[in-house]
Design a protein around this ligand. Structure first.
Ligand code: HEM
Length: 246
């Protein structure tokens, strides 16, 4: 083998193993993927809590919505729905950056998929299984998350009745039924992986238990909220009038 073909082979190996020729760029890509993942993971924990205030009452969700829309800064107290558009557009950019850097980890060929599946059968290691589910849920989110964010950019009306109208009368529940488990699994196990990878915790088993607990907990409040929106939506007559607290 000539020196030039050896160099070429080395380059191919480097590109295929790390996704980048330069290890500094590979490290930067890793950091950016983890940083955007952290941001998205914490965002989704906050988001599902804010959004589940509908479980307390319509008034509670109404006030949370207005607070997040900057109600305290507007004279009427009704906030600026345009803020929802900007934050949704920002989150869409974060999702795109996160997905773009994650793409290099996808098994590109059927042989790589087979190798991964057989590795999981021979050595059913828990972290390999988690990584596999990160791949599947990440793939689903690639299609589902932008649909929701585009919806929030073009139709930012939020409120007990307006959200229930979207969920029930505009059939967006079909999107949420898929988006909820995909994002909860992806985000919680993603946070676990980041914590272990960057040495944020050395208690791997405890971190894994916490991630599993959070998946169950967020699924419960997410499903309960979704069902509440559906019940409210069913009780509304069309055209829907926005909820105003008495
Ligand atoms: C700033 C951006 C976002 C805004 C303003 C927003 C707003 C909302 C609102 C108001 C709802 C309640 C139902 C409705 O009105 O349609 C909702 C539900 C939901 N959102 Fe978002 N969202 C944002 C970003 C995201 C992201 C990035 C994800 C995950 C990738 C996400 C996942 C979900 C899920 C799974 C539900 C359904 C929750 C349930 O079943 O209880 N959202 N979102």
């Amino acid at each position: 083998m000539t020196a030039s073909s050896q160099t070429q082979n080395q380059k191919i190996h480097d590109v295929s193993s790390k996704g980048y020729l330069n290890p500094i760029w590979a490290a930067r890509a890793d950091k950016l993927q983890s940083a955007t993942g952290l941001l998205l993971g914490f965002f989704i924990i906050m988001h599902l809590h804010f959004e589940s205030s509908i479980l307390i009452s319509k008034e509670a969700f109404y006030h949370v919505g207005h607070f997040l829309e900057g109600g305290i800064f507007s004279e009427t107290g009704h906030g600026f729905p345009v803020l929802t558009k900007f934050i949704s557009a920002f989150m869409l950019i974060v999702v795109i950056i996160h997905a773009a850097f994650a793409l290099r980890r996808f098994p590109a060929q059927i042989q790589q998929w087979r190798a991964l599946r057989s590795q999981m059968t021979i050595m059913p290691h828990q972290d390999t299984k988690i990584w596999f589910w990160q791949l599947i849920t990440g793939f689903l989110l690639f299609f589902l998350a932008p649909v929701h964010l585009y919806d929030m950019i073009t139709n930012p009306a939020i409120g007990p009745h307006l959200s229930a109208e979207r969920v029930y009368h505009q059939d967006v529940w079909m999107l949420y039924v898929l988006l909820l488990p995909a994002v909860v699994i992806h985000a919680m196990f993603g946070l676990y992986r980041v914590a272990v990878k960057w040495g944020i915790t050395t208690k791997r088993m405890a971190a894994l238990k916490l991630a599993k607990f959070m998946v169950i907990y967020l699924m419960i409040i997410g499903i309960a909220s979704l069902m509440t929106y559906i019940v409210i939506g069913q009780s509304l007559e069309l055209p829907v009038t926005p909820f105003v607290p008495s």
